[in-house]
Write a new protein. Structure first.
Length: 398
């Protein structure tokens, strides 16, 4: 997507990192769907903005500006700074209480540090940027990221089943995390946005199901993607499947969410030699738990088969977020995360990532984040890149 790199000899590194097929705008705009959903559900955090044109029709969006400066060692890439400006516009139409149509369009200029970063498998700003938004996934479509219809069926005992079809983002349905899932308002590095071993694909045709049963949930998604791998002569569609079992708990500390995820693809990805194709398969856990009204912790654990060429085969990450209520500014927050990834069957032996940010709520419709990342990567080659990335991000909501 943004650059061709070595992923065990094949593949493309894109926002949200890790190995994924060379198609592919695999990143996500699920945050906007989340904003609309939260607003329509009656939730009113300051980061939510949606304008009700009528009782059943809403419009809204975000404008995000990012500046990053990287200081790199162990590589020939010089210290440098870059920026990006992204505008997301979404529409939500609810003809009945059980039917929803939604679409998201995104425009961007600039690619932040992603196109010059020495850390091929981990984009330093995990948003969909200028290079990602034209000819999305090689489908000849520009700027339109998602467009879907959902119907929700009422079931006995207050259960419900939602069925969605259209142009989907799989990360809207699996691998969620309340504290580490949104590059626009939380961590910037994709290691703290999704399971970076096998990032759920986005912006292709698919079907999703969501069964809600009180504290339990069961979700599944299928997406038809495209793997374009010129190094191995591959240019064909593939199937992605994922299933997730979730459990929500309430304790004296606060709410906790625990999710078991399994995901895989059809046998359409080259092995390290390029002689045979295999499927991708990954299992993992995503959890977030409040320890008090102001303090929450999160974790992601994941493992991946290495039949196909992959960057990493294991991910261990976690962190903590503290809300500003401790110092009298309840809408501010500070967070720190650490991730360790074991190398796969390519050039990367291991990667360690540390990131912290502080976010200030400026007004009801704007916030400012200051962010620092440190990355240390060991490879089998001559370069072992390490260094700091300093970032500033400002969001406007309308």
């Amino acid at each position: 997507m943004e650059r061709i790199v070595q992923n065990g000899g094949q593949g493309t590194a894109t926002p949200h990192g890790g190995f994924r097929p060379q198609s592919a705008d695999w990143n996500r705009k699920s945050r906007f769907g989340g904003l609309l959903a939260a607003s329509l559900a009656g939730v009113s955090p300051l980061s939510v903005s949606a304008y009700d044109v009528t009782e059943n029709f809403s419009l809204g969006g975000t404008v995000t500006g990012v500046l990053q400066h990287g200081t790199f060692s162990g590589t020939a890439i010089p210290d440098t700074g870059r920026g990006a400006l992204v505008t997301d516009i979404g529409m939500n139409f609810r003809p009945t209480d059980r039917d929803t149509f939604e679409s998201v369009v995104s425009l961007a200029t600039g690619d932040a540090l992603n196109t010059v970063s020495p850390y091929a498998a981990h984009p330093l700003y995990a948003d969909d940027l200028e290079d990602n938004l034209e000819d999305v996934n090689g489908r000849g479509r520009d700027y339109l990221l998602t467009a879907w219809y959902k119907h929700t069926f009422a079931l006995p005992r207050n259960a419900s089943l939602g069925i969605t079809g259209g142009i989907l983002d799989a990360a809207d349905y699996v691998d969620e995390n309340s504290l580490a899932n949104d590059e626009v308002s939380q961590f910037m590095n994709d290691a703290f946005v999704n399971n970076t071993l096998l990032v759920p694909p986005a912006f292709d045709a698919g079907i999703a199901g969501e069964l809600e049963m009180g504290r339990w949930s069961l979700k599944g998604v299928w997406i038809n993607g495209r793997n374009v791998d010129p190094d191995n002569g591959l240019d064909e569609d593939y199937d992605y499947f994922a299933g997730q079992l979730g459990w929500r708990t309430e304790s004296r500390w606060g709410e906790g969410n625990y999710r078991l995820l399994a995901q895989g693809t059809s046998d359409d990805f080259a092995d390290p030699t390029g002689a045979k194709t295999w499927g991708l398969f990954s299992v993992g856990l995503s959890a977030d738990q409040q320890l008090s009204a102001a303090v929450g912790v999160f974790a992601r654990l994941a493992w991946q088969d290495d039949d196909a060429a992959i960057d990493h085969d294991a991910l261990y990450s976690g962190g903590v977020r503290v809300d500003g209520g401790l110092w009298g500014r309840v809408d501010d927050e500070v967070a720190l995360g650490y991730a360790h990834l074991d190398g796969g069957n390519g050039e990367i032996e291991k990667t360690d990532i540390l990131e912290g940010y502080v976010k200030f709520q400026l007004t009801e419709y704007a916030d400012l984040s200051l962010d620092v990342q440190y990355l240390d990567e060991r490879t089998t080659g001559v370069n072992d890149p390490s260094g700091f990335v300093y970032g500033m991000r400002i969001n406007g909501y309308f």
